[in-house]
Design a protein around this ligand. Sequence first.
Ligand code: AMP
Ligand code: MG
Length: 425
Amino acid sequence: MNSLADIASCLSGYDPNALPVAQAQEFIARLVPRVDAVESLAIRSALGRVLARDIVSPINVPASDNSAMDGYALRGAELARDGTTTFQVAGTGLAGQQFDGGVAPGHCVRIMTGAVMPAGLDTVVPQEFVQVTGDAITVPAGVVQTGDNRRLAGEDLARGEPALRAGRVLRPADLGLMASLGQAEVPVWRRLRVAFFSTGDELRSIGEPLPEGCVYDSNRYTLWAMLQRLNVDVLDMGVVRDDPAALATAFRHAAESADAVITSGGVSVGEADHTKRVMAQLGDVLFWRIAMRPGRPLAIGRIASGDRSAILFGLPGNPVAVMVTFYAFVRDALLAMSGATPQPLPMLRAASAQAIRKKPGRTEYQRGIVSRAGDGSWQVAITGSQGSGILRSMSEANGLVVLHHAQGSVAAGELVDVLPFDGLI
Ligand code: AMP
Ligand code: MG
């Protein structure tokens, strides 16, 4: 395991008090370990799980040359260049019931989609192109070329070729692909365990009375939901009071039971609470100020208890900052810990409906509503107030406008990057 100081020394110009988003991401990628246990699951239980080994095809798919159309299989070389060619129909091949006989010159075989190509025949003429007269068909010149409408053995997958690579998050087509190889069980990495809790004496859980000056804890619900999308096991540890003993107990329990722990609140500069002190006491933790908005403060490191440890993500308390920092830093880190090969999130390029003021030197995430303009192009309007406590505007938005580190102000109509929430949030 790399120490935090070792990782920091690898990054040029590392400044924990003004860390660019990209550098924080690089740091975290170097910090997080991957789970090490593999389990074997039936295909249908593996949806959304991370493949732990390459899946190598034990067979050719398809296993033999077969027809892609309903029609007539013949030798392409026998087709005349001009006029028409007549063939005698020697028999029929169905999917799952192949034509076994030999086919003499001048003959063809009636064939259905998926049926094995009779020996020596290489071309299928779709039935709509031929004229049938008794036991003979007539094919006009030029409707097919040699090799048309024939699927070759191994065209989908050749034997010995990797069909799926380790690190892939399995999707519906992958399940079907593995079934097409006759594979009943799939090796996947074990699920990551992620504990989370909220800190702050002003927080109340749903069902409790709400005294003056208190707020209901919403972060645990957003975090829970964002974690559900990542297919990890979650451990909701509730609200932890701003009390050193309670915090220490919570962190120790998290370190013993989870691979990662996510907290919200208590990491701001000048915060009068105990969260940061307890984090520092129980592990190797850095307190960053990231050049971004929202979500500037972030604690990152490892929390230990005995011989167990967990990666710590200490997120800010503001509800919008929690979501933004989760997508900027935590999501990819948890996927990497789960064994997944990182894939950049797809971004849209959309025309900004308004001018946006922005200083170069920090990354800004603004809540936006993306829509299709009349001409089919994408446009994005910023939702009203961008205050980092305003969760309603996050709920109204359907994407985040990402204004990159070096980018300056945006003029109305200028194209900006947008991270759509669909499938993500
Ligand atoms: P902090 O980062 O602890 O200074 O918190 C910043 C702001 O976020 C404060 O207004 C907190 O009341 C609010 N906040 C912190 N944690 C939560 C939470 N779990 N749910 C809702 N609001 C929170
Ligand atoms: Mg607080």
